[in-house]
Design a protein around this ligand. Structure first.
Ligand code: ZN
Length: 335
């Protein structure tokens, strides 16, 4: 087992579902909190992290995101978070990462959201030799259609580094239909899309799943709660899934990974990526996420390697597929 753990640690990996802010180191998060009230708030959130049902667990995560957002107040903060995030991924032998983030302005708009994106790209370039990083711009479920359109425009403006659009945020707000014009435009303009789907076990959420599947995004995130029919459609249409074991276990209230839907899709040879969502928030790393699944479902080194090779095909920057597959092959040959 120690050998397999080392193998998962050292194999070149791909991270496709990581919210940049959620990758913050907990020590950095603590440092950015300025008031003792905020410190207490974070302590309470940490304490209640895994208590209650799906709804309260999700609420906890979103409250933490809101707290984090409120304490990131300038471009230096976001540069620091990006730098530390990339260093952590490099340490974990991640060769390609797609970081997602919601563009934002600072100082009441004096520092526009384009500067925010440029600050992140500046750090991405600094680390280019060690890790290939791309950006996915997030549309939050609470935003207006106009704000979402702005995000699409920004994505187009920074196309070299921005490779797609994401829909995320509080799943209690059913707003995919509202954003459909933006996502249709993204498709027209050949911009990849990934949508969080099936995050809550309620009927409204299951209904929204149908709209999302009908749209057929480039990838889907989670797909925790779904009907049999929806499951079959996703399998039939081969819409790739981003699965995030620790995060899914938490929000689905599973006792262990044997109950996780990885196995079902894996057995169907469905296109899959294993991701962290997010290392800071979930206190995990990509190697451990992969190792936990490997251990639960008894995968061999060959199976892990084959799995990683197919994940390469799911990256949004198609120019980098060969690069990733070659790195994997070189690694495996040396085993
Ligand atoms: Zn997510």
């Amino acid at each position: 087992m120690a050998d397999l753990r080392y193998f998962c640690q050292s194999i070149p990996k791909i991270e496709l579902h990581a919210h940049l802010n959620g990758c913050i180191r907990s020590s950095t998060f603590r440092q950015l909190l300025t008031s003792s009230d905020d410190q207490i708030r974070l302590d309470t959130l940490d304490k209640n992290f895994s208590s209650g049902d799906t709804h309260s667990r999700m609420a906890n995560v979103f409250e933490k995101f809101a707290l984090l957002r409120s304490c990131v107040t300038n471009l230096d903060d976001i540069r620091r978070i990006t730098r530390e995030t990339l260093e952590d991924f490099i340490d974990d032998n991640v060769m390609y990462v797609e970081l997602r983030t919601r563009p934002r302005s600072f100082d009441n708009g004096k520092i526009p959201s384009s500067n925010y994106i440029e600050a992140i790209i500046e750090i991405i370039k600094e680390y280019e030799e060690k890790i290939c990083s791309r950006l996915i711009l997030s549309i939050d479920r609470t935003q207006t259609l106009e704000q979402a359109m702005e995000t699409l425009k920004l994505a187009e403006k920074y196309r070299t580094y921005v490779v797609g659009l994401d829909l995320s945020g509080d799943p209690n707000i059913k707003s995919f239909e509202r954003f459909l014009p933006v996502f249709n435009l993204a498709k027209d303009r050949n911009l990849s899309t990934t949508i969080h789907i099936g995050e809550l076990p309620d009927e409204e959420c299951l209904n929204e799943n149908n709209l999302i599947i009908n749209y057929k995004p480039t990838r889907l995130g989670h797909f925790n709660f779904r009907t049999n029919e929806q499951e079959q459609r996703v399998i039939k249409e081969k819409i790739p899934l981003e699965l995030c074991p620790t995060s899914n276990l938490l929000t689905m209230k599973l006792t262990n990974l044997t109950e996780h839907h990885f196995n079902l899709f894996y057995k169907n040879k469905h296109p899959l990526a294993i991701c962290t969502d997010d290392s800071g928030l979930m206190n995990c790393c990509l190697s451990s996420e992969i190792f936990d699944l490997v251990q639960t479902f008894n995968l061999t080194k060959q199976e892990i390697y084959d799995f990683m090779l197919q994940t390469c095909n799911l990256i949004f920057d198609k120019n980098m597929i060969d690069f990733c597959q070659k790195k994997l092959k070189d690694f495996f040959l040396k085993q």
